[in-house]
Design a protein around this ligand. Structure first.
Ligand code: FAD
Ligand code: SF4
Ligand code: SF4
Length: 476
């Protein structure tokens, strides 16, 4: 069958079809189509089956990419699914939203000019196909164990751990302050990147497998951390990072200046059919407005593209560096440009204008200076200024962790100088015995794929802890 592979020499890279920008501006449906089996097989056959696969080395989950590509090329799709699902709790989600250009595909060794294997699109196809065929089943423990675990946070980190621990037979309880399961995959990331049903069907599977969800429960408010700890043999904190970085300056308190997560959550809730008073009132709705989004990361890209779909009159994105130095994915910048977003590079807000409501943003033009200690070019202000008219300004400047030790009255939970939870890196256990942590609350704002990796690793360590009754770490 090896002759089916190595087809990159004669077969060009083909990404899944993308909807025309004029159509996708009209709704929140995903913009990329799925491969059909023939396309997935053909694209998989371009892989050269490297002995040392750099794609796998650069995948945070060390996915067995060459093996599932070969099985897909041979149309052995159920086996491809099993290999893919063995290392990834949500392959169809990573296939959609991983920044593949920085991870697996960006490190595919197929030479430039031939273009990498479309790893993400094949990964998505395999599991979407598995769902259609009924191959995706709830976690099934071989034996029940009496011990129970409490997981705080139903985002990808908490869910990945929950799935592993339930499969091992533990009684798994997941607590979340939200009313739905999925964390930022439900209320942060918009449907045009990840349709909500893709996440919600996983929730139903996990419930069918016996994972117990306690929704609408906020730790520190509805339940104390000490109470939760007393209920369970081991605890995982996977609460993510939600404290929005703010911006000051004249006029920063004007009406019409909103935080990115408020804007995105309102839009996602509206799409899920919830009644959202702040959307209805127009406060968190961009329809007919001149929108300015401040920031250059993926959250900013999601805000500008959401505003376009809500029917904004115009959408501009302000970023203090240039295109080459922005943190957001280039693929998303291109998609936003196609959808009509105007990027205003090398620009920082100096003041927000207006009497009670915002009507404009005075922008100071910047220039790039010398490279600083972090390896990035510093930005310096210039004397040049412009004014952008605006009825809605969305701040998307990044997120920091909440102060959990203080909020939960648990000074024993140690934090780093960035406020992230400190864990022993070999065990993922915090300074409190039996209390582990995973995902953004440990790493700072990161990626879904890293949260999955952390959740799976934490589950393995929690299993060891509960079997040993302690956490012994072998010397390095
Ligand atoms: P989260 O997903 O944040 O989940 C944490 C959960 O904990 C939430 O459900 C929250 O309600 C709950 N919680 C918090 N505090 C409490 C409490 N006190 N009591 C009870 N429950 C609590 N990553 C990508 O890989 N690709 C992308 O395209 C991408 N786009 C993004 C777009 C946006 C707008 C944002 C904000 C992030 C994006 N990310 C993306 C990052 C990614 O979503 C996160 O890295 C990932 O979700 C982190 O997972 P987590 O499980 O650590 O936390
Ligand atoms: Fe690539 Fe992400 Fe899939 Fe890994 S999980 S193979 S990085 S798309
Ligand atoms: Fe195949 Fe590219 Fe991975 Fe090599 S690096 S195994 S060619 S996908």
């Amino acid at each position: 069958m090896a002759d089916r592979m190595l087809q990159f020499v004669s077969l060009a890279q083909h990404q899944p079809d993308k909807r025309a920008s004029s159509m996708r501006r009209e709704d929140f449906a995903e913009i990329y189509a799925d491969f059909d089996p023939a396309q997935a097989g053909a694209q998989s056959s371009r892989c050269s089956q490297c002995g040392v696969p750099f794609c796998q080395v650069h995948c945070p989950l060390a996915n067995n990419i060459p093996d599932w590509l070969k099985l897909t090329a041979e149309n052995r799709l159920q086996e491809a699914y099993e290999v893919s699902a063995a290392t990834n709790t949500f392959p169809e989600i990573c296939g959609r939203i991983c920044p593949q250009d920085r991870l697996c595909e960006g490190n595919c060794v197929i030479e430039k000019g031939f273009e990498s294997v479309t790893i993400g699109a094949v990964e998505r196809f395999i599991t979407d196909h598995a769902w259609e065929q009924g191959w995706v089943t709830p976690p099934r423990p071989r034996q029940e164990r009496p011990q129970s675990v409490g997981i705080i946070g139903a985002g990808p980190g908490g869910l990945a751990a929950a799935e592993r621990l339930r499969t091992l037979g533990y009684q798994v309880h997941v607590y979340d302050r939200y009313d739905r399961v999925g964390g930022l995959m439900i209320y942060g990331i918009p449907g045009f990147k990840l349709e909500k049903d893709v996440v919600l069907r996983r929730w139903k599977q996990f419930e069918a497998g016996g994972i117990q969800f306690h929704l609408g429960v906020e730790l520190g408010r509805d339940l104390s951390f000490a109470e939760l700890r007393a209920r369970h043999d081991s605890v995982l904190i996977a609460t993510g990072v939600y404290k929005a970085r703010d911006i000051g300056g004249p006029g920063a308190g004007l009406t019409g200046i909103e935080a990115a997560m408020d804007f995105l959550t309102a839009s996602n809730r509206q799409g899920l059919g919830d009644d959202v008073p702040d959307f209805r009132s127009g406060r968190l709705n961009a329809a007919g407005k001149r929108v300015v989004v401040i920031g250059g990361g993926d959250t900013a890209m999601d805000c500008v593209r959401t505003a376009v779909r809500q029917g904004a009159a115009s959408v501009a994105c302000l970023y203090r560096r240039d295109r080459a130095n922005m943190p957001g994915s280039m693929r998303e910048v291109k998609n936003a440009e196609e959808e009509g977003v105007q990027f205003v590079w090398l620009s920082a807000p100096e003041a927000f204008l207006g009497d009670d409501r915002v009507t404009g943003v005075r922008v100071q033009r910047m220039r790039l200076g010398l490279t600083d200690s972090s390896g990035r070019q510093a930005v310096e202000p210039t004397d040049s200024r412009v004014t952008l008219e605006a009825d809605l300004v969305v701040k998307a400047l990044g997120f920091d962790p909440e102060d959990l030790p203080h909020l939960w009255g648990e000074p024993g939970l140690e934090v780093s100088r960035w406020g992230t939870l400190k864990v022993e890196h070999r065990t993922q256990m915090t300074a409190m015995p039996g209390v582990f942590a995973a995902g953004d609350i440990v790493r700072g704002a990161s990626l879904v794929v890293w949260a999955i990796r952390d959740g799976r690793d934490a589950a393995a360590r929690m299993h060891t802890y509960m079997q040993q009754g302690t956490m012994q770490v072998a010397a390095e």
